[in-house]
Write a protein that binds this ligand. Sequence first.
Ligand code: SF4
Length: 180
Amino acid sequence: MHRMTSTQARHARRPVLQSAIDTGARCANEDPDLWFRADGEPHITWQVRRAEAKRVCTGCPVRAACKELALRNGDGNEHVDDLVRGALSGNELAVARTAQAERLAAAVDADRDTEQRELHDLVVQVQNEVISSPDRRRDGARLAPAQVQTEQNQMVGLLTARIKEIRAARRARAGWGVAA
Ligand code: SF4
């Protein structure tokens, strides 16, 4: 797993950060509850679990990407100590976000532009695929119409799945929930 530095994470766009986390998160094989304080959990027990979560994060190869994405997502609250991301508690994330507000706002804007462009390109690719000619050749031989249709369907399926993924992520970030 390629270890991303803080500088690389700050300059990376959201899909790159997310992909790094998806492939390298050390918490992927752990109990996810470790990173969240339970409702009404006493400070004394959360303190122990929080320290353990931070210990796991400290050895995580994608810690920088995780922290950067948490900051861009607005995770953490200055007044609520209830989670850990990228080895920082919710309060620590809030303090870091305030200190880096200008840089983070620019990063979020750049992510939005990049995502918007990708969505537009994907929609154009779907349209092109749907109206593309059924007369296709490979290695000089004409492909059977059924095979062309199958390949078109597969490509449209892949493209629309990516479109749905981006839209679901945008809705979730806007607080509308994945299924909205
Ligand atoms: S830094 Fe911590 S919370 Fe983030 S992906 Fe790694 S282990 Fe998970």
